[in-house]
Design a binder for this molecule. Structure first.
Ligand SMILES: Nc1ncnc2c1ncn2[C@@H]1O[C@H](COP(=O)(O)OP(=O)(O)OP(=O)(O)O)[C@@H](O)[C@H]1O
Ligand SMILES: [Mg+2]
Length: 235
């Protein structure tokens, strides 16, 4: 579904991604784990068209998408749940969800997906008319995910959904990621919470200072001494 080939991404002189290659097969949950500043968000931003690689290419099905406008990429079925949720605080839950579908014009499909999101997240249904800025962190994460789902993605990019949330809320969010995946959406999940991410993923990559240093099945990485020492410490 997605093949990233040898991309390099810079912020001015800062070389944030160094010769990164990875792939995602349709139907998988793939996780990219790494510490603060490793380049995880930079990779997702590059996939969703917010940043342009200096070298390399990104193949999505048969289409080259590196450097394409973000809306073209969303339209082709990739949606991004950004780090820190970024919901529109002064708009209601429902308005945020409607915005997620702004590039679509299939009214019936939009209605169906709105029902699907409310089914996944009953709390959002209860809070349809509530201003998003007044939601809890976990609810805002659900809303950000719901908003991304309203674009009807084939590939969902998620940037640290567990950040700042209580363990029980994280568990709930991860169950929903699993459920969405089993309904047919492929997921690329970026996390610092390696333990949780590896527990739901099929395969994983480890990113360190802009480079992929390890990859394998989630099970292999859970058992790797290197990963245990660096990312699963104390768990
Ligand atoms: N807008 C920017 N301008 C300059 N440098 C940046 C910018 N955004 C990120 N960087 C740098 O690029 C590197 C990768 O950052 P990135 O945000 O992708 O890391 P991350 O793995 O998502 O980290 P975190 O877990 O803290 O979210 C870091 O060294 C960071 O300081
Ligand atoms: Mg980040």
């Amino acid at each position: 579904m997605l093949k990233v080939n040898n991309i390099d991404v810079f912020y001015g002189n800062i070389h944030a991604l160094k010769d990164i290659s990875l792939e995602v097969i349709e139907g998988e949950i793939v996780t990219l784990i790494g510490a603060n500043g490793a380049g995880k968000s930079t990779l997702l931003k590059t996939l969703s068209g917010l940043l342009k690689p200096k070298h390399g290419n990104i193949l999505y099905f048969t289409q080259q998408i590196a450097g394409k406008p973000a809306q073209t990429i969303v339209k082709s079925g990739i949606s991004h749940v950004p780090e820190g949720r970024r919901v529109f605080s002064n708009m209601s839950v429902e308005e945020n969800l409607e915005l997620g579908a702004y590039l679509r014009n299939d009214r019936d499909g939009i209605k169906k997906d709105m029902d699907y999101v409310y089914e996944l997240f009953p709390i959002l249904d209860e809070r349809r008319k509530q201003l998003s800025g007044t939601l809890s962190g976990g609810e805002q994460q659900m809303l950000a995910m719901g908003r991304a789902l309203m674009a009807k993605p084939k590939l969902l990019l998620m940037d640290e959904p567990s950040m700042g949330l209580a363990p029980l809320v994280v568990k709930k969010i991860f169950e929903i990621i699993k459920a969405v995946n089993s309904q047919g959406t492929t997921v690329l999940l970026v996390e610092q919470n390696a333990n949780m991410a590896l527990s739901i993923a099929d395969r994983a990559y480890v990113l360190e200072t802009g480079k992929i240093v390890l990859s394998g099945t989630a099970k292999e990485l859970q058992e790797s001494e290197q990963v245990k020492a660096a990312y699963l410490g104390g768990l």
